[in-house]
Design a binder for this molecule. Structure first.
Ligand code: NAP
Ligand code: ZN
Length: 348
């Protein structure tokens, strides 16, 4: 199938229009027209090869909402016209112990990423949602609950599940005290979701001017991380911290905020973190962990949870040709709180 989108051809090149082919439908594939695609900081990291494993040409985009246009003969779950969503994975072995328990993101043979990866069968590069059409096996397409504002659903597929999953794993809920470091795309979803689960939420931010937003999103307070007095006064006041900072940073400043047995979960920086002190870990049995997106069943659970409570990201809609400007603003943390591309703006 001929399609088109926007591509990075090298770490330095601005994204530019790109014509390419999607595979012909396999029996268990669904084809969709992409309606909206969120812009995750991971798209920027990978377009620029920040993690060192980018392969070009690279079409980013893993927060995708679309309408099914065609299905393969073995597809049972979807029909043309259905609204579906695709996140960071498009395939996995579906047979190992992790896949069998619905943790495809932890597949023993590595799940296939929506872009910057290789198709399991043809070994051709995978291309993401900054494009007009997508083909995906039906097991990796999510059902979008009816009634949701489709323009705002896309960021749930990465920012939503990446924060929902650790909140569930560490049992956020009534009586728990959750901290969120970095009020960006992931961070603002973490606040909404944790508050939706009944937890008390504290935002830890470099940006004092985000305080009113933090409270409106459902937090009870914002602590400015560069304010030592405020940080000290909040010692031992949190059970769980979701750390969304997208670069290498010092966790020592945050660990004393955790109570005994508290956990700081890294979901932002992928790679070296530098030194940290074991003192707060040993003295308070505190932990540092990490968490990658979430499984397909949990992603569906998150979509249904958001639909029941009408939890949606705060989005700034852009046209596809504004992508390079959006990347510059994302780098500066100048987005409140997620850019979403309206794919109707792509030429046809
Ligand atoms: P984002 O929208 O840019 O938000 C990041 C926030 O972190 C910013 O709004 C800012 O908040 C804070 N921040 C930015 N630069 C900082 C710095 N140099 N030092 C300290 N704080 C800083 O990014 P995002 O889309 O939420 O993504 C965040 C990270 O998660 C990215 O690295 C992305 O690759 C990663 N990610 C991981 C997974 C996973 O599976 N674990 C999934 C998706 C994304 P304040 O202004 O409030 O300080
Ligand atoms: Zn993402």
């Amino acid at each position: 199938m001929k399609t088109f989108g926007y591509v990075a051809q090298s770490p330095e090149a601005p994204l530019a229009p790109f014509d390419f082919d999607r595979r012909s439908l396999r029996p268990n594939d669904v084809a969709m027209e992409v309606l909206y695609c969120g812009i995750c900081h991971s798209d920027l990291h990978q377009a620029r090869n920040d993690w060192g494993w980018s392969s070009y040409p690279l079409v980013p985009g893993h927060e995708i909402v679309g309408r099914v246009t065609e299905v393969g003969p073995a597809v049972t779950r979807y029909r043309p016209g259905d609204t579906v969503a695709v996140g960071c994975m498009v395939d996995s072995c579906l047979d190992c112990d992790q896949c069998r328990r619905g943790e495809e993101q932890l597949c023993r043979f590595a799940c296939t990423q929506t872009y910057n990866d290789r198709d399991r069968i043809t070994k051709e590069p995978t291309f993401g949602g900054y494009s007009k059409h997508l083909v995906v096996r039906e097991e990796f397409a999510l059902r979008v609950p009816s009634g949701l504002d489709l323009a705002r659903v896309a960021p749930l597929l990465c920012a939503g599940i990446t924060t929902y999953s650790p909140l569930r794993t560490w049992k956020a809920g009534p009586g728990s005290r959750v901290g969120v470091i970095g009020l960006g795309g992931l961070g603002h979803m973490a606040v909404k979701l944790a508050a939706g689960m009944g937890a008390e939420v504290t935002v830890l931010s470099r940006s004092p001017d985000k305080e009113a937003d933090a409270l409106a999103l459902g937090a009870t307070r914002l602590l400015v991380s560069s304010d030592p007095a405020a940080m000290q006064a909040a010692a031992s006041s949190l059970d769980l911290i979701i750390d969304t900072v997208p670069v290498r940073h010092d966790v020592d400043a945050y660990m004393p905020l955790l109570d005994i047995d508290g956990t700081l979960v890294l979901v932002g920086q992928l790679g070296p973190m530098g030194e940290f002190s074991s003192l707060p870990l040993l003295t308070g049995r505190r932990r540092i962990s990490g968490s990658p997106i979430g499984g397909i069943a949990e992603t569906q659970e998150m979509l249904d949870f958001c639909a029941e409570r009408n939890i949606l990201p705060d989005c700034e809609m852009i046209r596809m040709e504004q992508i390079n400007e959006a990347f510059v603003r994302l780098e500066r943390a100048d987005v409140r709180y997620r850019f979403v591309i309206d794919m109707a703006s792509l030429r046809s």
